[in-house]
Design a protein around this ligand. Structure first.
Ligand code: HEC
Ligand code: HEC
Length: 285
C-alpha cells in the first residue's frame, strides 16, 4: 500500500509539473505575440480648434461607430458582445498626441507600437481620409475629460490560448484582407469612402459582405440596387428594411449609427451603392 501511495504521489506531481509547464508556455508564447512592436508610420493628422472641423468630427463619430462602442460621450464602456472594454477617449486626450490617436484609429497600434485588441476595428478605418481622422481627433480634444480612465484590455488565459491557435489575431492581421470597394470615379468618391468606413466593420471594406460569426451574415451591399431610394432612406432612418422587416443586427445599427448621416450623405450613399450593385450585376458578379 505504501508503494502505491508513493507512485500515486509521483504521478500527481508529474501531472502538476506538466500542467505548470503548459501554462508557462502559453503565457510566454502569447506574450511574445502581444508585446511585439510594429513600426509606426509618419502621421499627417493634426488636430484643429476650428469649430467647423470639430463639428465634422462630432458628426462622424456616430456613423463611424466610435460613439457606439466608446459610448456617446466617448468615455468608454464594457462591451458585452466582445467581453472587453473600449477606452475613455476623453482621458486618453491628456497623454495621446495627435499621431498616437491616428495610429490607434487607422493602424490599430498603441503609442509603443504594440497592437490594440481585435475588437477595435482599425482594419475598417484604414481607408479613412486624413481629413476625417483629423476632424475626429479635433472633436475628442474639444471634450472635457470625464469618467474613469479605462486601461487597455489584458488577455485572459483562454484568450491567450485562442491567440496561439489563431482564433483571434493582433497586429494588422485583417488589414490586407480588407480590400477597397469598387471605384466608380470622382462623382461617387466621398460616398464610396464613407461606405468603406461606416459599413466596412461588418460588410467588409470591399462591401462584399463577410462572415462575422453566426448568421445572418452582413451581405454584399450590392443588395442596395434592389432598393428604391425612398425604401433605402427609410431603412437607414428607422431600421425597417424593405417590406418593413426588423433585422437582428442591422436595424439597430441603422438607428444608432447610420441614421445620424445627413439626407445628402444618405442620398449619395444610395447613389454609390446602387450604381455599384448595377455595375457588379453587369459584370456578372
Ligand atoms: C466595434 C467597437 C469599436 C468601434 C466601432 C471603435 N472602437 Fe475604438 N476601441 C474599441 C475597443 C474594444 C478598444 C480597446 C482595445 C485596445 O485598446 O486594445 C478601443 C480602443 C481605442 C483607442 C485606444 C487604443 C489604445 O492605444 O489603447 C482609441 C484611440 C480608439 N479606440 C478610438 C476610436 C475611434 C476614434 C473610433 C471611431 C472612428 C473607434 N475607436 C471605433 C472598440 C471600438
Ligand atoms: C455593426 C455591423 C454593421 C454595420 C456597421 C453595418 N451593417 Fe448592414 N448589416 C449587418 C448585418 C449583420 C446584416 C444582416 C442582417 C442582420 O443580421 O441584421 C446587415 C444587413 C444589411 C442590409 C441588407 C438588408 C436586407 O434587405 O436584408 C443592408 C442593405 C445593409 N446592411 C446596409 C448597410 C449600410 C449601407 C451600412 C453602412 C452605411 C451598414 N449596413 C453597416 C451589420 C452591419
Amino acid at each position: 500500500m505504501r508503494r502505491f501511495w508513493k507512485w500515486a504521489g509521483l504521478v500527481l506531481a508529474s501531472v502538476a509539473v506538466l500542467a505548470l509547464a503548459a501554462v508557462a508556455y502559453v503565457y510566454a508564447a502569447s506574450e511574445a505575440i502581444i508585446a511585439h512592436q510594429y513600426p509606426l508610420p509618419l502621421s499627417r493628422v493634426h488636430a484643429s480648434r476650428d469649430p467647423k472641423v470639430i463639428a465634422l468630427g462630432q458628426h462622424l463619430v456616430r456613423p463611424y461607430g466610435c460613439a457606439d462602442c466608446h459610448r456617446p460621450h466617448l468615455q468608454g464602456a464594457f462591451i458585452p458582445d466582445f467581453g472587453v472594454s473600449s477606452r475613455n477617449l476623453t482621458r486618453l486626450a491628456s497623454t495621446f498626441s495627435d499621431a498616437d490617436f491616428d495610429h490607434a484609429i487607422r493602424e490599430g497600434l498603441r503609442p509603443d507600437g504594440t497592437s490594440v485588441a481585435e475588437s477595435m476595428p482599425s482594419d475598417a478605418f484604414q481607408y479613412m481620409p486624413d481629413a476625417d481622422a483629423a476632424a475626429i481627433v479635433s472633436y475628442i480634444r474639444s471634450l472635457r475629460a470625464a469618467g474613469p480612465d479605462i486601461p487597455p484590455p489584458s488577455y485572459s488565459f483562454w484568450q491567450r490560448v485562442a491567440l496561439l491557435k489563431g482564433a483571434i489575431h493582433v497586429g494588422q492581421y485583417w488589414f490586407p484582407l480588407q480590400k477597397q470597394a469598387l471605384d466608380l470615379g470622382a462623382r461617387y468618391a466621398r460616398a464610396r469612402q464613407m461606405a468603406m468606413t461606416a459599413c466596412g466593420e461588418c460588410h467588409g471594406t470591399s462591401l462584399e459582405g463577410q462572415s462575422m460569426g453566426p448568421p445572418p451574415h452582413p451581405p454584399n451591399l450590392s443588395i442596395v440596387a434592389s432598393y428604391n431610394r425612398a425604401d433605402f432612406l427609410k431603412f437607414m432612418h428607422t431600421g425597417k428594411a424593405a417590406g418593413n422587416r426588423e433585422l437582428p443586427m442591422m436595424s439597430a445599427v441603422a438607428r444608432v449609427r447610420i441614421s445620424k448621416l445627413s439626407d445628402d450623405e444618405l442620398n449619395a450613399l444610395y447613389d454609390y451603392l446602387a450604381a455599384r450593385g448595377r455595375k457588379l450585376a453587369s459584370m456578372g458578379k
